[in-house]
Write a protein that binds this ligand. Structure first.
Ligand SMILES: Nc1ncnc2c1ncn2[C@@H]1O[C@H](COP(=O)(O)OP(=O)(O)OP(=O)(O)O)[C@@H](O)[C@H]1O
Ligand SMILES: [Mg+2]
Length: 157
């Protein structure tokens, strides 16, 4: 992850004002090691610091002149994160803005096998593993779409 090719900064991000989402947010989610990686005794090359919203990349077996590098993001999620937390932090504010008439895009980017499909689609049949896309079409949307219709009928519930 060369520094100049990432949207991350090397300084902690400013606190967001009034919970208003910024035009572009960069969020990193890491996944747990899979069976093959565990069986092979693979070493993790990253650590996730949720408090400072930072990812540290360290080369396993690095020499003294290859120190770890830390990158700061708008938010970070480690391998224990669940689909709902990720949706609430990352996608829901964009869905809200789209329903107010703004354009919004959620883009998953990463090396193969890093969890893009898991995060965006997941398993739509299970509430625990449902990803961002099926979660967008949920009661949250219905609440919005029914609000204005109800308000056109004074006194109607
Ligand atoms: N946050 C996570 N928690 C648990 N398992 C995960 C997580 N993210 C991904 N996985 C698992 O890791 C594997 C690879 O994930 P996935 O298929 O989503 O990667 P991908 O980025 O879409 O890869 P590709 O670019 O090849 O399509 C899958 O078996 C998936 O279930
Ligand atoms: Mg995929």
């Amino acid at each position: 992850m060369p520094q100049e090719e990432t949207a991350a900064t090397t300084a902690p991000p400013q606190q967001q004002l009034d919970d208003e989402i910024e035009n572009v947010r960069v969020v990193v989610r890491t996944r747990p090691m899979d069976k093959n990686e565990l069986t092979a005794g693979a070493l993790s090359a990253i650590s996730v610091d949720k408090i400072n919203r930072a990812i540290t990349v360290m080369k396993p077996n690095a020499t003294a002149n290859e120190p770890p590098k830390t990158y700061y993001f708008d938010n970070v999620f480690d391998g224990s994160s669940n689909q709902l937390d990720l949706y609430v932090d990352t996608a829901r504010p964009i869905v809200d803005k789209v329903l107010e008439g703004y354009n919004g895009t959620i883009l998953a980017y990463g090396q193969t096998g890093t969890g893009k499909t898991y995060t965006m689609s997941g398993n739509p049949d299970s509430p625990q593993t449902k990803g961002i896309i099926p979660k967008c079409f949920c009661p949250h949307l219905w609440t919005h779409s029914q609000g204005p219709r109800e308000s056109k009928v004074p006194g109607a519930r």
